[in-house]
Design a protein around this ligand. Structure first.
Ligand code: FES
Length: 152
């Protein structure tokens, strides 16, 4: 279904004609070439496709473009770049929390959504916040440490 979509993406206003029934992940990756958002399971289980919509994490594989009308969306590209990493990204590197890296954009965004609401989270808060993000490499301990470091 074609229509006009207007929303804020990483602080910039987007307004264009698009297929509103496109999945948000496809719009981000295919239309806007923002490929930091990863696709794993395509069914809301793995969290690789996590973005922040109006302050809350969401699986962009389950969100249709029309559902973000008027919303503020943040993807990993909205946090930092190679020259200017976000403190959460720096903490992940410093703690050695990144192995293959596929889950990391989603992990970092889940951490950001948590820290934006609670800047001194406990381990349980962190575990809950990343409970929708699967990682097959690190065993989560270093990710937990990285989020604690980012909160310090
Ligand atoms: Fe969206 Fe796995 S690709 S949750």
């Amino acid at each position: 279904m074609k229509g006009k979509i207007s929303f804020t993406l990483n602080g910039s206003h987007i307004s264009m004609e698009a297929d509103l029934s496109t999945r948000l992940i496809d719009f981000l990756r295919d239309e806007l070439k923002l490929v930091g958002t990863k696709e794993g399971c395509s069914q809301g289980e793995c969290g690789a496709c996590t973005v922040i919509i109006d302050g809350r994490t969401a699986n962009s594989c389950l969100v249709l473009l029309g559902q973000v009308q008027g919303a503020a969306v943040t993807t990993i590209e909205g946090l930092g770049d190679e020259q200017n990493l976000h403190p959460i990204q720096e903490a992940f590197i410093e703690e050695g929390a990144v192995q293959c890296g596929y889950c990391i954009p989603g992990m970092v965004l889940s951490a950001k959504a948590l820290l934006d609401k609670n800047n001194k989270p406990g381990k349980e808060d962190i575990r809950r916040a990343i409970s929708g993000n699967l990682c097959r490499c690190t065993g989560y301990k270093k990710i937990e440490k990285a989020i604690i470091r980012a909160s310090e």
